[in-house]
Design a protein around this ligand. Structure first.
Ligand SMILES: [Cu+2]
Length: 300
């Protein structure tokens, strides 16, 4: 298993509107917007009750863990406690049981109500730690994006040694002049773009003079705090092309609710086209970020 100096802190538009707004989006990319934009997958659907649909194996594992293990256990425990309460109310009320028992200890019962919850926790802990390990022990990743939480927007840096060498800010769109088809409080001016099927390493931090944020994209199974002065790592491999939204998930100040995350997952060809145009567009904001040195890798 490999751990790369990971520090864990333990969280359909009109085409012309899109093109007009982003300016540089290649035509093929703009088309994939309409396919990729799916309620329940990209963002929560209206009246949605359950978890977000998964767009990565990690998110699928997390959903499975919640839906197939945690939820049944929680329901069973709640029903059991409810049944006990009803039984006590009926069987041991003052009328039905005028002379109460004076028992204060029962060894068998005490062992049982210690051991059974312990076993339940062990049953939960094993798959929980398995998923957690998968999240924080990075596999060989194909590319890196550096994410910096600022007050109150995100900055994405594409490393020089990966054909990038630029960075850009991703700000919430002006809510008073929201173009048709754009999502309120979710769509941004500059989306981060990554290729589909590739393991993406995220290096997540926050502005040195800023506050703690948390970078979360639910459908991709990514949740990691962005802490000033600390470089946290997370990763994902998106199975499907599309746009995936997230939100800052750490109460970070007055505009906490207005710093959405938008990651667009595209084909490799579209990614190459985007990279070429983004390099020109963001040329003025060049970034010196380069991928962490291999010597920083801790092998286990
Ligand atoms: Cu924040």
């Amino acid at each position: 298993m490999q751990l790369r100096h990971t520090q864990v802190s333990m969280g359909a538009a009109s085409l012309s509107a899109i093109l007009g707004l982003t300016g540089f989006v290649p035509a093929a990319l703009a088309q994939s917007n309409q396919q990729g934009f799916q309620p329940g997958l990209s963002h929560a659907a209206p009246d949605q009750m359950s978890m977000m649909q998964p767009a990565s194996q990690m998110a699928a594992d997390m959903n499975m863990f919640h839906n197939n293990l945690l939820l049944p256990i929680i329901i069973a425990i709640s029903l059991f406690v409810l049944a006990l309460l009803i039984y006590v109310m009926v069987r041991f009320n003052e009328k039905a049981n005028p002379t109460p028992s004076r028992t204060t200890h029962h060894t068998g019962l005490e062992v049982a109500w210690t051991a059974i919850p312990l076993l339940i926790l062990v049953v939960i802990a094993i798959p929980s730690f398995r998923i957690l390990t998968k999240q924080i022990a990075l596999p060989e990743t194909d590319m890196t994006v550096k994410v910096t939480g600022k007050q109150w927007y995100w900055t994405y840096s594409y490393p020089k040694d990966q054909n990038g060498g630029f960075e850009f800010d991703s700000n919430l769109l002006d809510q008073d002049k929201l173009p048709a088809g754009k999502l309120k409080l979710l769509d941004v001016d500059n989306e981060a773009v990554v290729p589909v099927g590739k393991a993406i390493r995220l290096q997540i931090t926050a502005d040195a003079v800023g506050v703690i944020h948390s970078f979360v994209i639910t459908s991709l199974g990514v949740r990691m705090d962005a802490v000033p002065g600390r470089l946290n790592e997370a990763w994902f491999r998106a199975d499907k092309e599309g746009i995936y939204y997230g939100q800052c998930s750490k109460l970070c100040g007055k505009d906490h609710a207005y710093m959405p995350i938008a990651f667009r997952v595209v084909s490799e060809k579209d990614y190459a086209a985007w990279l070429a145009s983004a390099k020109k567009k963001f040329a003025s904001a060049s970034s010196d970020v380069s991928v962490a040195d291999a010597s920083a890798t801790i092998r286990q």
